[in-house]
Design a binder for this molecule. Structure first.
Ligand code: NAD
Ligand code: ZN
Ligand code: ZN
Length: 357
């Protein structure tokens, strides 16, 4: 092989680069501070778009990634971020559905195979061949990011990039969780954990016609929940939320747990009424013991729910475009990512922090 061919071959394997640099926040090793540094600016390959990132929300999943919390580890070094929103700067060969200047978001479901049984039946979030933005491939904590044109989300006109960023994960994930919960308008649902996901979950729940109980362990989060329309709030530090929910509303049709502790999942399970569903969304690396007798006798379902499909994304964004859900956001410069992670770990973020480039 000639040298130029070898180089070309290597570039093909590693992803194309533009030959210049960009600023990015990088996880070099688990449990270490992220390093904000120059990284090669990527270039759009065939079927891809190059996006100049304007804003990227910080999801608790990014913290799990930086800690290597889960059984499946991310790539290292890693540029995290799966709530990146920006403007297409360049389209790759063969891209016809998008053009330079379009605003798009780069989600967790970075790509899927399009051919497996799950992809074919509209369950692409279960595709065994999927890639995940800011996890198995580099994501949005950077000035630029490339992504397959077929899987980026078009951002509806008129939405602010900072405000819409959290919809790319927190929004679509909780909207989907509510969809699969089986609850119907007029039913009570409980949201456990009024953080980045939870404060948006409760807005979707209200917009979908549910009555909502918000549960957290911090009063300021419950205050936010009330300001966003929660019908009832329970502080899990002051009382047992499951007992309170059974007493107040006779149990909920669906409990969505987006907290990061096992206790919340146990309580969420116990909040469900007969025939109801616990939707498992939060991802502490832990186990959830489920009582067999009560599950059988009460006909309770326990369901896992992972982000959402491209169709769910379109619907979730439409709620935002119509002003029915709106993330409560605070911005921080990319350089401050370690402080943001620190705040998240301590549960000190009200709503979502969105990084600006
Ligand atoms: P976050 O840190 O913003 O919010 C967590 C919230 O849980 C905080 O408000 C905290 O006060 C609250 N909490 C802590 N202990 C509690 C308890 N015992 N009872 C009630 N509330 C409690 O995190 P986030 O970004 O909203 O993410 C939450 C989890 O969801 C993470 O584990 C993340 O990885 C996961 N996640 C899953 C999916 C999915 O598709 N399934 C998608 C995105 C995020
Ligand atoms: Zn996320
Ligand atoms: Zn597939």
């Amino acid at each position: 092989m000639e040298t130029s061919t070898i180089n070309e071959f290597n570039r093909e394997q590693e992803g194309k680069t533009a030959g210049t640099n960009m600023k990015a926040a990088v996880v070099n090793e688990f449990h270490q501070q992220l390093e904000v540094k120059d990284m090669p600016k990527p270039a759009a390959g065939r079927g891809e778009v190059l996006v100049k990132i304007e804003a990227c929300g910080v999801c608790h999943t990014d913290l799990h990634a930086a800690h290597g919390d889960w059984p499946v580890k991310p790539k290292l070094p890693l540029i995290p971020g799966h709530e990146g929103v920006g403007i297409i700067e360049e389209i790759g060969e063969g891209v016809t559905s998008l053009k330079a200047g379009d605003r798009v978001g780069i989600p967790w479901l970075y790509s899927a195979c399009g051919e497996c049984e799950y992809c074919l039946q509209g369950q692409e979030t279960l595709c065994p061949h999927q890639e995940n933005g800011g996890y198995s491939v580099d994501g949005g904590y950077a000035e630029y990011c490339v992504a397959p044109a077929d899987y980026v989300a078009r951002i509806p006109d008129g939405l602010d990039p900072v405000e819409v960023a959290p919809i790319l994960c927190a929004g679509v994930t909780t909207y989907k969780a509510l969809k699969v919960s089986g609850a119907r308008p007029g039913d009570w649902v409980a949201i456990y954990g009024i953080g980045g996901l939870g404060h948006i979950a409760l807005q979707y729940a209200k917009a979908m016609g549910f009555n909502v109980v918000a549960v957290d362990i911090a009063d300021e989060k419950l205050e936010l929940a009330r300001s966003l329309g929660a019908d009832e709030t329970v502080n899990g530090l002051n009382e047992d939320p499951a007992e309170a929910i059974q007493e107040k509303v006779g149990g909920v049709q669906a409990a969505i747990s987006v907290a990061v502790t096992r206790k919340a999942f146990e309580q969420a399970y116990q909040s469900v009424k007969r025939g109801g569903t616990l939707v498992v969304v939060g991802l502490p690396n832990d186990e959830l013991p489920i009582p067999i007798f009560n599950t059988v006798l009460n006909g309770v379902s326990v369901k896992g729910s992972i982000v959402g499909t491209r169709l769910d994304m379109k619907e979730a964004l439409d709620f935002a475009a119509r002003g029915k859900v709106r993330a409560q956001v605070e911005t921080a410069p990319l350089d401050n990512i370690n402080e943001v992670f620190d705040k998240m770990e301590k549960g000190k973020i009200n709503g979502r922090i969105v990084l600006t480039m």
